[in-house]
Design a protein around this ligand. Structure first.
Ligand code: CA
Length: 220
């Protein structure tokens, strides 16, 4: 299910937008202001945010910066005036698109789909993005806080998506400098890694146990 967060202080507009998105099969959440939006994203993962530029407590630009502090999130600005729309583009805030009010719900849904399609084309494997140079991994746009061994394990799986890696292979790759490690070490770290992935997406379980063999990364 694709989840969209709508931040809009005008109830009537918000209702129209939510109705149009839900009719197209999207799941939506609505925040009336920036404070609510930040609270909502702290608890839930979203695929895209629709941001009204003129909010009561914080402007949409500043809110987007806050929202993106810990994760990458595709965004479309809803702007009141054409002049504002130009400003959005001029500021190069990283918004993926903007829609000037008044807009038709149909047009908005089309823009949402286009941004999501672009994002998916760029998105790497199974919701993961791997910054090998920085030794960082993002899952569904959020950076994973990994220990050295968790990172090594995930990086090994990401390198050969879909392939089964035996515990021995993983030991060799990740724990080559640690003589005290055992097969159980691999299992323990897979367990903590899975928990961290579930923290981001409760239903996610991309690391598959291959009984009697080892582990693989499921690719959709
Ligand atoms: Ca507004």
């Amino acid at each position: 299910m694709t989840r969209i967060l709508l931040v809009e202080d005008e109830g009537a507009i918000a209702q129209t937008i939510e109705f149009a998105l839900r009719a197209e099969g999207f799941e939506t959440a609505h925040a009336l202001n920036g404070r609510d939006a930040l609270r909502i994203v702290a608890d839930d993962a979203f695929d895209l945010v629709l941001l009204d530029v003129g909010l009561p407590d914080i402007d949409g630009y500043a809110l987007l910066r806050e929202l993106r502090r810990s994760r990458d999130l595709p965004a479309i600005f809803l702007t009141a005036r054409h002049a504002e729309a130009e400003r959005v583009l001029g500021l190069e805030l990283g918004a993926d698109d903007y829609v000037a009010k008044p807009f038709s719900p149909r047009e908005l849904v089309a823009r949402v789909r286009a941004v999501l399609r672009r994002g998916r084309a760029q998105q790497s494997l199974a919701g993961f993005e791997h910054d090998a140079e920085g030794r960082r991994v993002f899952f569904r746009g959020r950076q994973l806080d990994l220990t050295r061994y968790e990172y090594g394990l995930l990086a090994a799986l990401l390198q050969r998506p879909g392939a089964i890696l035996t515990r021995a292979q993983l030991m060799d790759r990740v724990w080559s400098d640690d003589r005290d490690s055992s097969d159980r070490t691999v299992d323990t770290h897979v367990k903590t890694l899975r928990a961290k992935l579930r923290d981001i997406d409760a239903g996610a379980d991309p690391i598959r146990t291959q009984r009697g063999l080892g582990y693989s990364l499921q690719v959709d």
